[in-house]
Design a protein. Structure first.
Length: 604
């Protein structure tokens, strides 16, 4: 390992009459550097002046065989200090800005003079000496500058507002000089000390009854300032701090700023604790730290507003878990009107788990993901990044469900929710989520698309979406007709499958929203429509059912009038119409290989 030397290097150390500065000067002198020992010779608070402190350190360096000269200028006169180095040794290679004073007092009692003098010595003084040495270092293509900063500048410290401000100011100055000097091999480093020095250049000094006596070594000994290894590269060691930024939530430039950002459900950084443990980054340069902002400005935005941020929503997904068993399947079947007559065995297979042909009604494939989402919403744990609106704005508009195979008799499932698209129906919005449901082995069992109408969330100038009406049945007679009445307690039966909305069960709640009775859940009518398709086209075998898509257009009140369903089709296309108290449901299915496939459209 090469021995560290500074032969033929000229170093200036300010505030070198005692403490850290003295230790720096002695060490540099012992390693071959020619040292300018600068010290005004005053007290730790800045009063007074004396040549003895600097002269004594010069004598120590010379006695040990080194070369040194003294300088007694204030660091505010940086040009005078640098002139001493050039006159004595012809150049300056190393500058350690170490001089400092203290005027500790609480901010409420601090005078302007106490503020000004501390910043003048620490910050302006370091700038003054560095500025005088800067052209010399650039011209010769070599320079090393060290700023003595403090943990007080990073964390703050009671009674040291002036000192803390100056020390953190040195960090900014040092970082900028490092950028500007890089191409001329002029490097800058800064050290945040926590030791005791004669000038109190540390946090610990304020805990002493009096400043330490001159000549006392700094607590913790001395290490060569990082970066002062000449051409051998920087030394590593000791405790170090690094820059770290919590990612938080980037507010896209299209999202309006203002009081609306204070809303608790926004999901933005405001009012939230974004820690460093998981969501953080460590930028090393100003360009790295500014990159997210630059991307925000230059990257095309998908659009949005305070309720919907398409840029965030398009890049995120959430997942929820649920499980079900045979009892849930049977309860669901009863909730959508199956097996009303126990003697009619055609639908008993959907409600009686002990029968040999027990199977899940295919439309149950929409329930596990819906129940998991509603459960999370009820517990207050449901969040979808980029979607900052409450459930009170949301109306279920459309639902598409596709089975990848028959639903098993029981299972533990995971539902992956992803944003698919959003349309601006100013002043409202239409948002679609895609949900993939998988079992414990990761096998996909069902795929759902849930489209919601979001009141008051439009107006960002986005695409309005397709305008074609999917609820237009063909102009001909139906191929089949199925008639049945919903039960008066249908809402109460269906809610046992996971519907916790009191609008579907509580008469008082329903009246508060302008209805004379609870309305039927749209997914209950969805189940009725699917069950009719199975009767008409699948020989009542749910295993032949593939997919269904519905649009919810009007409210359904259980058994207020007789309900009837018309099934119509031609060749392999079949259309279902279900009329329940004025609600029209239209859809189509294609029969392929015995299974119902395609894009059914059933509005309820």
């Amino acid at each position: 390992m090469t021995k560290l030397r500074f032969d033929d290097r000229v170093a200036i150390v300010t505030g070198a009459g005692a403490g850290l500065g003295r230790s720096h000067a002695l060490l540099l002198g012992s390693l071959g550097a020619k040292v300018v020992v600068n010290d005004l010779g005053g007290a730790a608070t800045g009063e007074g002046k004396s040549a003895s402190a600097a002269d004594k350190v010069v004598e120590e360096i010379r006695a040990a065989g080194g070369q040194a000269v003294a300088n007694y200028d204030s660091v505010v006169n940086g040009a005078g200090i640098v002139k001493t180095a050039v006159d004595a040794f012809g150049k300056v290679d190393i500058l350690i800005n170490n001089a400092g004073i203290l005027r500790d007092v609480s901010f409420a009692k601090m005078t302007q003079a106490e503020w000004d003098i501390v910043l003048a010595v620490h910050l302006t003084g370091s700038m003054s000496v560095s500025h005088a040495a800067w052209p010399i270092m650039r011209e010769q293509g070599f320079g090393r500058i060290v700023m003595t900063t403090s943990a007080a500048g990073i964390y703050g410290n009671f009674g040291q507002a002036n000192y803390s401000a100056a020390k953190l100011g040195l960090v900014g100055l040092a970082n900028t000089l490092a950028e500007e000097g890089r191409n001329k091999n002029v490097r800058e480093h800064h050290r945040a000390h926590r030791g005791v020095t004669a000038h109190g250049d540390c946090l610990a000094a304020r805990h002493l009854e009096a400043p330490p006596a001159r000549g006392r070594e700094p607590a913790g000994g001395l290490a060569v300032p990082r970066g002062l290894r000449g051409d051998q590269g920087p030394l590593r060691g000791g405790r170090r701090l690094h820059r770290q930024g919590a990612l938080g939530t980037l507010l896209r430039h299209h999202v309006p700023a203002g009081p609306a950002l204070q809303r608790g459900r926004r999901g933005l950084a405001l009012g939230q604790d974004h820690g460093f443990e998981e969501n953080s980054e460590n930028p090393k340069t100003i360009n790295e730290s500014m990159a997210p902002i630059l991307r925000n400005i230059t990257s095309p935005s998908l659009g949005g507003n305070e309720f919907i941020d398409l840029d965030v929503a398009s890049k995120t997904s959430v997942k929820f878990e649920s499980e079900y068993d045979e009892n849930d399947l049977a309860l669901y079947a009863l909730g959508i009107g199956a097996a009303r007559d126990p003697l009619d065995k055609s639908e008993l297979k959907f409600a009686y788990e002990m029968g040999g042909d027990f199977q899940a009604l295919p439309t149950f494939g929409v329930m596990p993901q819906m129940s998991a989402m509603l459960k999370a919403a009820r517990e207050g744990t449901f969040t979808m990044p980029g979607m900052s609106f409450g459930f009170e704005r949301l109306l279920h508009g459309e639902q598409y469900m596709e089975l990848k195979g028959p639903m098993p008799r029981k299972g533990k499932l995971t539902h992956h929710f992803k944003f698919k698209n959003a349309y601006d129906k100013d002043p409202n919005a239409v948002v679609t989520f895609a949900i993939s449901t998988v079992d414990e082995d990761g096998t996909e069992l069902a795929y759902n698309e849930m489209t919601s109408f979001v009141k008051g969330a439009g107006g960002w100038g986005g695409d309005r979406g397709p305008s074609a009406d999917i609820n237009v049945p063909p102009a001909r007679e139906p191929d089949a007709v199925i008639e049945e009445k919903t039960d008066v307690n249908q809402t109460l039966l269906f809610r046992l499958s996971g519907d916790w909305n009191p609008l579907h069960a509580d008469p008082g709640f329903a009246k508060a929203f302008g209805y004379d009775r609870p309305i039927l859940h749209g997914l209950c009518t969805f189940g009725h429509a699917g069950r009719h398709v199975i009767k008409a086209f699948c020989d009542n075998d749910g295993r032949k059912f593939k997919s269904i898509k519905v649009r919810f257009t009007k409210n359904v009140f259980p058994r207020r009038d007789a309900g009837h369903a018309h099934v119509e089709g031609v060749r392999h296309a079949h259309r279902v119409r279900d009329q329940l108290e004025g609600a029209q449901c239209a859809g189509h299915q294609e029969r392929r290989g015995g299974a119902l496939q395609g894009d059914p459209a059933t509005g309820c």
